[in-house]
Design a protein around this ligand. Structure first.
Ligand code: HEM
Length: 415
């Protein structure tokens, strides 16, 4: 892959940056590494082929352009049988919404529906109650000493919200969370063989779970999203097995998309709050700044730092030749700190009007963005009103990855 000719020193430098990024230490603070990458240019060749983009406006343009596609099933097939793209988990993901291109993407996205204002209002009441309960248990734990916010709140709110919405039994929530953590490796930037194997195992269990769920809902259709998707697909697709398969892929991906990303947003946001006591006071006194605080968190440290696309045809990008099917990695974690886009980008500023690509852009713009925002804003509002100021007990440990950020703990105590 790749027609890009580069001096081998450039590749070696980029390789060393990425080996640092893939460690827990690199994930503690990837931003100096991104700054080094950006200093080599807004577009640089990736050591493994293709290009890395750190220029914000260019990332934005690529996401909105029809000349750049998702690496779909056809593309993955072309990469050959012994690549990461041929792993069973990668093939399964290639059938879900974010791996489809038009016209199939248009059809499947339309059938998925959206979180309109009415739906969000309805879910909002449930989210208020869930946050109340979670913060209640978290406070109880704090009275005993320190408490892990990531485990007790950050990880719980997304599964309780989406689990309730999809009508998944509460007894299954913990297992689904675990499976999602394993499954994510197939969507990582550079998964190794053992990570892919974990992903494959998790994906097989998720498949059985959701296939059975769709079968059960078809037997007893009710007022829930999975039943609605069955009715929608039955009207579009005469073959019932194909309709059920389409509903399975949608339910599966909605769960996968909703859990880790939102959990990371909730914990990162809370980390910003406890790291800066002035932020806590500011938000407690100015609840009107809550939406902006959430958006600034999404800019400052988005849950996913990389989005990838492939070229639809031969082209050039900032003077570099790109062949059809070559891949570009949009390093959005780095692009969000592009000084050409944001003044003083390394400063967390809740007053900023934070343009960001955390939810992607163009036709694949995150379907669940209103839900993620609802959860984060509700949590932030209740947190500063119900709890006294909290302090960080120790720096959180980070999962050693590149694309999907994950705080393994967020240990807090009363100030
Ligand atoms: C903070 C939380 C979240 C973040 C940062 C996030 C991020 C993203 C990103 C970056 C994409 C696009 C990937 C691409 O362009 O290739 C995406 C797509 C998607 N997200 Fe989210 N997401 C979040 C929460 C959610 C939630 C809560 C749901 C569901 C309820 C959800 C459902 C989806 C779906 C279905 C897509 C595929 C859209 C398409 O390809 O047309 N996401 N998300």
């Amino acid at each position: 892959m790749g027609h890009v000719a580069t001096p081998s020193t450039d590749r070696r430098a980029a390789l060393s940056l990425f080996s640092r990024l893939r460690t827990a230490e690199g994930q503690q603070d990837p931003f100096p590494i991104y700054a080094e990458l950006r200093s080599r240019g807004g577009v640089v060749p990736a050591p493994w082929g293709g290009l890395l983009v750190t220029d914000f406006d260019l990332c934005d343009r690529i996401l909105r352009s029809a000349n750049w596609l998702e690496p779909d099933a056809r593309w993955r097939e072309k990469q050959g049988p012994r690549t990461r793209w041929s792993a069973p988990s990668a093939r399964e993901i290639s059938r879900t919404l974010p791996a489809l291109n038009p016209p199939e993407h248009t059809r499947v996205r339309r059938a998925a529906g959206s979180f309109d204002r009415g739906t969000i209002q309805q879910i909002g009441q449930t989210v208020e109650q869930i946050v109340e309960q979670l913060l209640g248990s978290f406070s109880d734990q704090l009275r005993e000493g320190e408490a892990d916010f990531a485990a007790l709140v950050g990880e719980q709110l997304p599964i309780a919200t989406i689990g309730d919405w999809l009508g998944l039994p509460r007894a299954d929530w913990a297992r689904l969370r675990e499976l999602t953590h394993d499954q994510v490796f197939t969507q990582e930037l550079l998964p190794n063989a053992s990570q892919l194997a974990r992903s494959d195992i998790a994906m097989a269990e998720l498949r059985s779970y959701f296939i059975e769920l769709v079968r059960e809902r078809r037997r007893h259709l009710r007022e829930d999203p999975v039943s609605r998707w069955i009715t929608t697909w039955d009207a579009m697709e005469p073959d019932q097995d194909k309709a059920d398969e389409a509903v399975y892929f949608l339910a599966l991906f909605v769960l996968l998309a909703a859990l880790e990303t939102t959990a990371t947003l909730l914990s990162t946001m809370t980390l910003q709050l406890v790291d800066h006591p002035d932020h806590w006071n500011l938000i407690a006194g100015r609840p009107d700044l809550i939406p902006a605080f959430v958006e600034e968190t999404l800019r400052f440290d988005p849950p996913s730092h990389v989005i990838s696309r492939v070229a639809a045809a031969d082209c050039t990008l900032e003077g570099l030749d790109v062949g059809a099917d070559d891949m570009v990695h949009l390093m959005i974690g780095a692009a969000h700190r592009d000084p050409a886009k944001h003044a003083d980008p390394d400063r967390f500023d809740p007053h900023r009007k934070a343009a960001h690509l955390a939810f992607s852009g163009g036709i694949h713009y995150c379907l669940g963005a209103p839900l993620a925002r609802l959860e984060a804003q509700t949590l932030l509002r209740q947190l500063v009103h119900r709890l006294p100021q909290l302090t960080l007990v120790r720096r959180p440990a980070m999962a050693p990855r590149v694309a999907f950020r994950r705080l393994l703990n967020l240990d807090l105590a009363l100030a």
